[in-house]
Design a protein around this ligand. Structure first.
Ligand code: ARG
Length: 569
């Protein structure tokens, strides 16, 4: 439509580059609207209504349009002809050409030896969906969890293990042999970290010992490092289990510890760049800029005791990623409260020329999921809610609501529904918006919910299955009948816009919203027409064909969101 308007404008000797046709906000006047006549009139010192009318005179002759009219100060209202819609639907192209661009995505961010909490949920959901969206649009991607597997928390866990098991050979400094297997479970790790963390806050001596332990780990002391590896193995297995449940998969399971190996090399490089300064015994990279509204403090590179920090491994990770993969862009899907940390590190990366100006480092921060009271999510006893517990509570509710006529695979169906519930609710608000968790609302079969979308998708699929059983065929759209048929096809024409908007905004809310509109429109269409009983074969075929396209689009979008559709529900 935009091309046709552009051509018409050219004929009238008007030049435009970017031209937008939008869905109409006055559906009584037309399906789409073009509002550019007003701006053109200003540039060319003409009357906008006149421009719009001249455009109209050209466009009405095109059989592509069913109606073209001018309203108000120069709005052009456009409606598409049946013929054009049928043509569009019979030549559907939902695929995208490969693009020669590598996007690196950093999301998930689980911490070793600590259980995943609800704060990690959004990162996994948004990140996985963005990765799939990038792939769908033809971009190459590499995904990495960037495990929190180094530094202070590990020092605490290692120290507490030593306190409880002083005789373990791991702690014997001059020991040379193999280390016998020791009994560590993930339940134990989950218990140990909060215990040690609280203790370090109350007991200064303990804190010092923990810092020493962290140092030993960072220095690669043999026994400590071996025990750390042991902890890594156990913890990673657990982390992967949860990510599997969330349909979240990574090319790389690297972490802060992998970047640590690049720290010496990076420090050498930074020295040559002459940008590191001393400050109270520590080494820092100043990153403030003259136009900053708020003072941006320098990035801490090395502490005064020689230790490294979250920001050090972060910068080293950029160094590593660029050295190994050299991506065009790196996207960080991380809680928006970490924005300052990323501002500092990104500035340091550009200032040091670790990243070239053309390499985009993007902070895609997300808002918090709060409890139903609008405050950070807590368990009943005031602790942080574990992600597994949250998923289990949603699964329990899904199972309770599951149709009792379904006797087989109840557990796996409830699992699919629960994951769709959590993901859909999580991806529905704009990425940066906080939202409140509401079990009742999210699990409901009505409204903007995962279960509603799944239910509608299954309905499409079973309609097509029944049609197949009747040996009905659907090769193409032959005619449009019924107002909801038209509405549904018009909605389908938005597919490309929706994907591109989501990509630009790095937020999935356009897709979740579109899925809701598609499902609602489909359900109206489904209620309006008794498809399988229709005697006019051409009409029945057209309807079935339309259903097959809607189903296909639904599936594409649900795949992007990493939502599985169960067989029944
Ligand atoms: N492990 C961190 C946390 O739990 C998140 C890591 C985010 N990614 C990054 N490159 N810093 O807060």
């Amino acid at each position: 439509m935009a091309d046709k308007i552009k051509d018409a404008l050219k004929k009238l000797d008007y030049e435009v580059d970017d031209l937008v046709v939008t869905e109409s906000n006055r559906p009584d006047l037309g399906e789409f609207q073009y509002n550019g006549a007003m701006a053109l009139a200003k540039t060319y010192h003409k009357n906008p209504v006149e421009i719009a009318n001249m455009l109209k005179d050209i466009l009405v002759k095109d059989s592509f349009f069913k109606d073209v009219n001018v309203a108000g100060p120069g709005f052009l209202n456009l409606s598409i002809s049946d013929e054009a819609l049928i043509n569009y639907l019979n030549n559907p192209d939902f695929s995208y050409a490969k693009k020669n661009k590598l996007i690196f995505l950093d999301y998930g961010g689980a911490n070793v030896a600590k259980s995943l909490h609800v704060g990690h949920l959004r990162s996994a959901n948004i990140g996985e969906a963005l990765k799939r969206l990038c792939n769908y649009l033809g971009y190459e991607t590499i995904s990495d969890t960037h495990l929190g597997d180094w530094g202070r928390p590990l020092g605490l866990v290692l120290l507490e293990l030593k306190k409880r098991n002083p005789s373990w050979l791991y702690f014997k400094e001059d020991y040379e042999g193999e280390y016998p297997k020791v009994e560590i479970t993930s339940a134990l790790l989950e218990e140990i970290y909060p215990y040690a963390s609280t203790k370090a806050k109350e007991d200064e001596e303990y804190l010092k010992e923990a810092q020493l332990m962290t140092k030993k780990l960072q220095n690669g002391e043999k026994g400590i490092y071996a025990l750390w590896q042991e902890i890594m193995e156990i913890s990673k297995k657990d982390i992967k289990k949860i990510y599997d449940r969330l349909n979240t998969h990574y090319d790389l399971y690297k972490g802060e510890s992998d970047a640590e190996k690049y720290v010496p090399e990076m420090l050498d490089y930074l020295d040559k760049q002459n940008i590191v300064e001393e400050s109270e015994g520590a080494k820092v990279i100043p990153v403030s800029l003259p136009n900053d509204k708020l003072e941006i403090p320098p990035m801490l590179l090395i502490k005064s005791d020689g230790g490294i920090l979250y920001s050090t491994t972060e910068l080293a990770t950029i160094y590593e990623r660029i050295k190994i993969n050299n991506p065009s862009e790196i996207w960080y899907i991380v809680d928006k409260r970490q924005e300052l940390h990323f501002t500092q590190v990104f500035r340091a990366a550009y200032k040091s020329k670790i990243a070239s100006p053309s390499q985009k480092l993007v902070f895609a921060g997300f808002g918090t999921m709060n409890g139903s009271d609008g405050k950070p999510f807590k368990t009943r006893d005031g602790g942080v809610m574990r992600l597994t517990d949250l998923l289990e509570s949603v699964k329990k509710e899904s199972l309770k609501r599951l149709n009792e006529n379904i006797l087989e695979n109840r557990d796996s169906i409830a699992e699919d529904i629960a994951i769709s519930t959590v993901k859909y609710a999580d991806l529905l608000p704009n990425r940066e918006t906080d939202y409140n968790f509401d079990l009742e609302k999210f699990c409901s079969l009505d409204g903007k919910t995962g279960p509603y979308i799944l239910y509608s998708t299954i309905r499409m699929k079973s309609l097509l299955a029944k049609a197949s059983e009747n040996n009905y065929k659907w090769q193409e759209m032959k005619m449009i009948k019924g107002s909801f048929t038209r509405e549904l096809i018009l909605l389908l024409t938005n597919f490309d816009n929706v994907l591109n908007n989501s990509f630009q905004a790095k937020s999935l809310n356009d897709i979740t919203d579109y899925l809701y509109r598609l499902a609602t429109s489909f359900n109206r269409f489904y209620t309006e027409n008794i498809i399988l009983k229709e005697n006019n074969e051409d009409l029945r075929e057209s309807w079935l064909y339309l259903v097959s396209i809607v189903y296909k689009v639904n599936k594409i979008l649900l795949d992007i969101l990493a939502i599985n559709v169960p067989e029944r529900m």
